[in-house]
Design a protein around this ligand. Structure first.
Ligand code: HEC
Ligand code: HEC
Length: 386
């Protein structure tokens, strides 16, 4: 948890710059990204605080960090529960066409993630092999606020949206991210993980080298080490549970009143086909404030083919190299970069990057470009305020 900060809402600033609709800057007071959802029980509040502490602090070698790792704390890649600054460099072994090779392990013996940091007894980290078949790509840590709402969305809602897209018969045809075990993949930019608890355990091991009962084996490393300075499993279940709970219970940042003209432009450019404004949540989700509500995620939680330009050569779970989960549009004003690898530094650039051959969003990106300057500015202000 961090101290509150005061910010000037950018929504009206954008509007005034682009359209001259008035230099009306508003200070909306404390605009925080790390608050819990309301209505937590006392026990839940205690678990939130416990998870918050574990999320913020750097782990030490004596606690089981490593042998190889990327960063020592969750917060270093999700500062103030927002986006970045830390990131993960991913690797893929591809053929001349950029398609993934069947046998990734032959080219990437230590896996598909660069882990430059290490602690004794390790003597080196995992770096990218110097091989022309290795494609390198970046993933910037996305914001983690509002993610409980993603976990709570009814599966039937996700399926309904997918079949509506199919029935419409257009280019937009999202696929339900089914995991090997049949569950719905909800988390990660390619929707490869079903729950926040599992994501926490996966991040602890994959990004920090901290094993738990869920992922008990240390990641492969050039020294061939199977353990680190802390013998056996590094984390107690209670710690993983607390961090998973913490992430689930972080509120969505507050949203200013919606500008109907911005909303209309968003509809007109067909953004809401994929960035679905809201979906219903389970009635039995363990957080009272989230259960049986409408989750305003601006995502269909489906995988879409976004074309060659956004491809990273990596097939993950149900997602192919060109597929990405529709990014939820939550707290956009807190991001300085956009898209999975942060290649866009403005919302406008992020939207234009949806265009291209083979992208399901090409028509929508063209509709955006065809909007008048004023309408486009209203659309951007609307997205910025989500
Ligand atoms: C080295 C940087 C890094 C560290 C450390 C890190 N993350 Fe992440 N996190 C990422 C990246 C990059 C992604 C997107 C990865 C992907 O989908 O492959 C991500 C995704 C997530 C997501 C999914 C968000 C979504 O919208 O689906 C959650 C939840 C999350 N991280 C939680 C954590 C927790 C909890 C920790 C600490 C135990 C942690 N992360 C540590 C970089 C990091
Ligand atoms: C076919 C589905 C689809 C349509 C239509 C679509 N998007 Fe997206 N959008 C996505 C996907 C998938 C991503 C994630 C891509 C990535 O990370 O590389 C994304 C990412 C974004 C992002 C970046 C979010 C972030 O956190 O980095 C913004 C902003 C965005 N879309 C806005 C829009 C707007 C505005 C429109 C309408 C003009 C639109 N999108 C139309 C699927 C779609």
């Amino acid at each position: 948890m961090r101290t509150a900060r005061r910010i000037v809402v950018g929504i009206l600033a954008v509007c005034s710059l682009a359209t001259g609709c008035g230099p009306e800057l508003r200070v909306v007071g404390d605009d925080r990204t790390d608050l819990p959802v309301p209505m937590l029980t006392e026990a839940q509040r205690a678990q939130f605080d416990r998870g918050d502490e574990l999320f913020e602090r750097p782990f030490r070698a004596s606690e089981g960090l490593g042998p190889v790792y990327i960063r020592a704390s969750c917060a270093s890649c999700h500062a103030d529960d927002g986006r970045g600054p830390g990131s993960v460099e991913r690797l893929a072994a591809v053929d001349a066409n950029g398609d993934p090779l069947m046998d990734q392990g032959a080219v990437l013996p230590f896996g598909s993630v660069v882990r430059s940091e290490y602690v004794a007894p390790a003597t080196r980290g995992v770096s990218a092999p110097d091989d022309p078949r290795v494609l390198r790509s970046l993933r910037v840590g996305p914001a983690v606020f509002g993610r409980g709402w993603i976990e709570a969305v009814l599966e039937s809602e996700v399926e309904r949206v997918a079949s509506e897209q199919r029935a419409a018969g257009g280019a937009v045809r999202g696929r339900v991210p089914r995991l090997m075990d049949g569950r719905l993949g909800r988390f990660g930019v390619k929707a490869r993980v079903a729950t926040l608890r599992e994501f926490a355990a996966d991040a602890f091991r994959g990004d920090m080298g901290l094993t738990s009962s869920l992922f008990a084996v240390e990641v492969a490393n050039p020294d061939g080490l199977t353990d680190d300075a802390r013998a056996g499993v590094d984390l107690a279940d209670e710690q993983v549970d607390a961090v998973g709970f913490y992430v689930a219970a972080i509120a969505m940042p507050s949203r200013a009143a919606v500008d109907p003209a911005g909303r209309a432009a968003f509809e007109r450019a067909q953004c809401s086909q994929c960035h679905v404004p809201s979906m219903a949540t389970r009635a039995d989700y363990p957080l009272a404030a989230i259960a049986g509500q409408r989750a305003e995620l601006y995502s269909d939680l489906l995988l879409h083919d976004m074309g060659k330009a956004l491809s990273d050569g990596i097939a993950e779970g149900a997602a192919g190299p060109r597929d990405w989960r529709t990014a939820p549009l939550i707290g956009m004003r807190f991001s300085r970069t956009f898209l999975h690898d942060g290649r866009a530094s403005t919302l406008d650039a992020a939207i234009r990057a949806h265009a291209g051959e083979g992208s399901e969003a090409d028509g929508s990106a063209r509709a955006y470009e065809a909007l008048g300057a004023q309408e486009r500015a209203r659309l951007l202000a609307f997205v910025q305020a989500l």
